[in-house]
Design a protein around this ligand. Structure first.
Ligand SMILES: Nc1ncnc2c1ncn2[C@@H]1O[C@H](COP(=O)(O)OP(=O)(O)OP(=O)(O)O)[C@@H](O)[C@H]1O
Ligand SMILES: [Mg+2]
Length: 661
């Protein structure tokens, strides 16, 4: 007994700041150079976000001064809208506080941790506060020193002076230890060089221990403000819906759905009620003797028929699994759809392929649905066939009304029972959002995902623009060839909008200098922010590497003066971890993003191929011409002798002829 209680004597609650003090690597504070880059990154992205939101052309100055070994002073100053003084301790002293976290908008920052992370790092390595100088342009300049109360996760103002003056913006200054500075690839210099490429409307000045470098802006137009995009029903999870329910101003769950989600109208909420009713009935009868009958009324297709039809090709295990999936409806519907698509494709192939071909294909029939579909799509199905099959797939279940009618016809559900259930659902949707439970959220999300909605709006995404990327790459790299494209927005995970921008720059200073030659360089960006770390674990790197560059006329994939620029923009970037340095996408995860990057690269690569072929042709012709010219005089002499015409004229004609071809 004594033992047990003593454990709990040590029981404490910890604040988020305390957590990050112990796990600072999670915020990017690991390694001396990386820590320095993280400080610059956090402060510069905040400055850019603030300027863009206030529609100000950013003018940002970064100063890095060496104070001792691994000991530096860093200051970042912007001409942005400034921070009202009462918010300063919150911005820098409190984790998870910010203006961006709760919005569905494309910005560099997302979580409300960056600024406080910088203060925390200064404090734990030097014990000193951050000095913030800020003004909203009202004639008062506030100079404040802020520390963090780590236990309480709160900012404390140590001093606050007010000066008069006409200036607007924010300057953040701090001292840091356990950091270092160099112009190496993963340091602040490279970081700023890259961010200036992806933010061509910003002027960024770096005052480093050696000199002052200005990354001049190449575009004078302020980009339009990104619009807020509400989440689409297909992309939402129960957890997110619960999160929204705790913040909404709506009084009822039904109004919350209309207000906080895109494409949901009051009319659609009425429809939603029918879908929920259908799912509730299914849930109620699951496991009962009537289950098989109920499933027959619910599913439009007889999956068991397929299982019998294909039994010679399928594993016993698969048949068992599909049966258990049917038993777990409606939750397991999306899994069932996967199998159904597989069977539709099998049916199609059996009908279409010759005996011989079919023999080859048959052994793939035992594959799991995802890999089978992938295999068939790559080798045998055109896009239009696939589209047709998917159309069938969408109609796998009966519409709620039809389902209810079918049940009523068979006398399996009474009017009274339906009334009772309908009332329950109405009460659920009338509940204040704050009282929504996890089960409610699950029920609603599942029903929404089964309804048909038009695709999410993608107007809120704000790309850099192909023209701007080309401009800034030309200015920075002076390449012989450059091609950029901005693709139309698409969605991943069913409802999250994203778009991809890709550029290739070849020749000049493109590529990365290494041991006297230039090698391929991959520049990765997420919402215009350079990603410098974790390259090998990043989906962008894998997409670039998956391209067969030799096919596009590059002799060697590695040793080419080529810069590959990829910018992924989205209201929600799928990072692999809290360090936000690598994108989670690949052939099996967020493949929409991965495929889009590959496609865009191939489009640019084809242009590069044409350019390289032209250059090669020109060079060969030049060589030929020079060669013939060398002999033109001798040739002309011989001809003059035979024809009795002046040698000079013949030589002139030969040269003329050659330059025409
Ligand atoms: N230079 C600045 N000018 C104006 N407002 C700022 C500035 N820096 C920070 N802020 C405000 O402080 C908030 C908190 O910044 P912080 O970096 O902690 O979080 P974030 O940028 O929202 O997200 P992330 O943690 O992903 O960086 C911002 O949301 C913004 O409202
Ligand atoms: Mg930030």
């Amino acid at each position: 007994m004594g033992d047990k209680s003593s454990i709990f004597e040590e029981f404490r609650e910890h604040s988020i700041s305390e957590f990050f003090r112990k796990n600072r690597h999670m915020l990017g504070y690991s390694g001396k150079l990386r820590s320095m880059t993280t400080i610059v990154h956090e402060l510069v992205t905040n400055a850019l976000d603030a300027c863009e939101e206030a529609e100000i052309l950013p003018d940002i100055k970064v100063e890095i001064k060496k104070l001792g070994t691994d000991h530096y002073k860093v200051a970042v100053e912007d001409n942005g809208p400034g921070i009202p003084p009462e918010f300063v301790p919150k911005v820098f002293g409190k984790m998870l506080a910010g203006s961006k976290m709760h919005r569905f908008v494309q910005s560099r920052g997302q979580q409300g941790i960056g600024a406080a992370g910088v203060l925390l790092f200064a404090q734990v390595t030097t014990g000193k506060p951050l000095k913030i100088t800020t003004s909203t342009g009202d004639g008062k300049i506030h100079i404040m020193e802020v520390k963090m109360n780590i236990e309480k996760n709160e900012g404390e103002v140590l001093s606050h002076k007010v000066k008069k003056g006409r200036w607007r913006g924010t300057r953040v200054e701090g001292e840091f230890k356990e950091v270092t500075y160099s112009r190496r690839e993963q340091g602040p210099y490279e970081y700023l060089r890259r961010i200036s490429l992806s933010t061509p409307h910003a002027r960024i000045t770096l005052v480093d221990p050696e000199e002052t470098i200005v990354f001049e802006r190449t575009v004078d137009k302020i980009p339009a403000r990104p619009e807020e995009i509400k989440p689409h029903p297909y992309g939402i999870t129960p957890d997110e819906l619960l999160y929204i329910s705790r913040r909404t101003r709506a009084k009822k769950i039904s109004t919350m759905l209309v207000r906080e989600l895109s494409r949901v109208t009051p009319q659609r909420v009425k429809e939603l009620q029918d879908y929920i009713l259908r799912d509730k009935i299914l849930e109620k009868y699951r496991g009962s003797e009537l289950w098989n009958l109920i499933v027959k009324c619910y599913l439009k297709v007889d999956i068991e028929k397929y299982l019998k039809k294909f039994s010679e090709y399928l594993d016993k295990k698969e048949i068992e699994e599909v049966k258990s999936i049917i038993n777990a409806l409606p939750e397991s519907l999306s899994q069932l759809k996967n199998y159904y698509l597989k069977y539709l494709i099998m049916e199609y192939l059996i009908e279409k392929l010759s005996e011989e071909k079919l023999k080859e294909v048959k052994r793939h029939f035992k594959k799991r649905p995802e890999s089978f579909i992938d295999f068939a799509e790559r080798n045998y199905l055109s896009a239009s066939t696939m589209e047709e099959l998917k159309k069938k797939l969408r109609e796998i279940t009966r519409k709620p009304r039809e389902f209810i009618e079918a049940l009523k016809d068979r006398g399996m559900v009474s009017e009274e029972e339906l009334k009772k259930l309908r009332k329950e659902i109405e009460e659920l949707l009338d509940k204040p959002p704050k009282e929504m439970t996890w089960e409610d959220a699950e029920l609603i999300v599942r029903a929404l995902q089964d309804m048909e909605f038009i695709a999410p709006s993608t107007t809120g995404l704000r790309p850099i623009g192909a023209e701007n990327i080309e401009k800034s790459l030309k200015a920075a790299l002076k390449p012989q060839f450059v091609k950029a494209i901005t693709r139309k927005p698409k969605t991943y995970r069913g409802g999250i909008p994203f778009a991809v921008e890709v550029a290739l720059a070849y020749g000049g200073n493109a590529g990365r200098e290494s041991e006297g030659t230039r090698k391929m360089e991959i520049m990765r960006f997420a919402n215009h922010v350079p990603l410098l770390f974790d390259a090998s674990g990043c989906g962008i790197t894998n997409a670039v590497k998956s391209i067969n560059w030799r096919r596009y006329g590059l002799k060697n994939e590695e040793e080419v003066p080529l810069t590959v620029f990829v910018n992924l923009i989205s209201t929600h970037i799928p990072y692999t971890s809290a360090g936000k340095q690598a994108i989670a996408c690949g052939p099996e995860e967020n493949e929409e993003i991965y495929n889009e990057i590959r496609q865009s690269l191939m489009i640019c690569a084809r242009e590069l191929e044409k350019y390289l072929a032209r250059i090669r042709r020109e060079m060969e012709e030049e060589k030929k011409r020079k060669y013939i010219l060398k002999y033109a005089t001798i040739f002309a002499e011989g001809l003059a002798n035979i024809t009795n015409r002046p040698k000079e004229e013949i030589e002139r004609r030969i040269v003329e002829l050659l330059s025409k071809s």
